[in-house]
Design a protein around this ligand. Structure first.
Ligand code: ZN
Length: 372
């Protein structure tokens, strides 16, 4: 079986090797995951397959997958392709507050993810932020406390299961958050304070997700027309990575929300090595819908009708309503989407394959499987 490897093993291999490993979140697996994994195998490229708490939880999230179901299908895809340099990552394990109920619910989810065989975890307590804090430590106190509690729980559960290592991502600064002046970016001082407080508690993350000007998902202008994302603050990102290096930390940046960023810009401007994990999510979902539009016209029409009706007003154009809310169709149409014709799945796979080759090249991770 092509079981996933430990995230720590992967990050230790690629750190400071001038590359970003793609973390693909396909939301829907058949065809999409196979294409990405096959392109990885054919080019000897390490890759991360991930899914977030909102998308996949004990109740099925908005994709309809539970952690066990998601892991089973993803391992099957990797097995079919025959690629084993991949990591199964639990993205955005969101901890929205520090209440005992939230912490317990998070532990229940994490326990299920460990049972399902996930090999890397992203604890995201970035929402817990004290805007009244007089310094970084005060601002981040709640985030630090919740992150430590969940990280200790993961370690304990892993040890119980006899699993020695796993990948760990933590988050400081909420991705995409804006105030009246624009994006609220993570500062270098916040990043170093956060990591050193975690280290003091014995928590050793591999990557740090920061708010650096990206937004999750597709973005649109004021008329509802889809636009490219060119807002990632590269100098700030480099500054944070350098501050982490200066404190002797092995932690590097995980870039969230890459969908919509021109590949040429990634290839030429992205600070590879400072950023070592690059999340690409909505992009893959958009490929699935583009293929459905041609190969499963009836199903696509029904999905579009449902999205536009259910999310009416949640966007300035039909294009924006669909682009921002079609992700919820995966659960609503779970049975139909998972019963697509073979030729449709083959087309999705081919499109995913071609796009994955472009990302691997732009990220500098193409052919770097030997590092793992
Ligand atoms: Zn994210």
């Amino acid at each position: 079986m092509a079981k996933p490897i430990s995230g720590k093993k992967l990050f230790n291999g690629v750190r400071d090797k001038d590359c970003i490993v793609m973390a693909a979140n396909t939301r829907y697996i058949p065809g999409a995951a196979e294409g990405i994994l096959k392109a990885a195998k054919d080019t000897n490229t390490p890759v991360i397959m991930e899914i977030a708490r909102s998308e996949c939880d004990l109740k099925g999230g908005y994709t309809g997958y539970t952690p066990a179901e998601y892991a089973k299908r993803m391992v099957k895809a990797a097995d079919k392709v025959g690629w084993d340099k991949w990591v199964l990552h639990a993205d955005h394990i969101s901890v929205t507050d520090g209440s005992p109920e939230t912490i317990q619910g998070t532990k229940d989810l994490v326990a299920a993810q460990i049972d399902a065989g996930f090999t890397s975890y992203a604890i995201d307590a970035s929402h817990i932020f004290n805007f009244e804090g007089k310094n970084e430590k005060e601002e981040l106190e709640g985030n630090i406390k919740a992150t430590i509690e969940i990280a200790e729980y993961i370690t304990e559960k892993m040890e119980e299961g006899g699993i020695g290592s796993y990948g760990l991502e933590v988050e400081v600064g909420e991705v995409g958050r804006k105030d009246d002046k624009g994006f609220m970016l993570t500062t270098a001082k916040q990043a170093t304070t956060f990591i050193s407080e975690l280290n003091k508690a014995g928590i050793k993350p591999d990557t740090l997700a920061i708010a650096n000007g990206s937004t999750h998902g597709n973005i649109y202008d004021e008329r509802g027309v889809k636009i490219e994302q060119v807002s990632i603050d590269i100098p700030r990102t480099k500054e944070i990575a350098q501050a982490l290096r200066n404190m002797g930390s092995p932690v590097r940046v995980a870039q969230h929300g890459i969908t919509g960023t021109p590949l040429h810009l990634i290839a030429t401007q992205f600070p590879k090595g400072d950023v070592i994990k690059g999340n690409v999510g909505t992009f893959w979902q958009d490929i699935v819908f583009e293929v459905l539009k041609v190969y499963e016209i009836d199903l696509y029409d029904r999905i579009q009708e449902w999205v536009l009706k259910t999310y009416a007003g949640k966007g300035k154009s039909d294009e924006e309503i669909f682009g921002k809310n079609s992700k919820y169709a995966f659960k609503q149409f779970f049975r139909e989407i998972h019963a697509m014709r073979e030729e449709t799945i083959a087309a999705i796979e081919a499109q995913a394959y071609a796009s994955a080759l472009m990302f691997y090249k732009a990220f500098g991770s193409k052919g770097k499987g030997g590092l793992i």
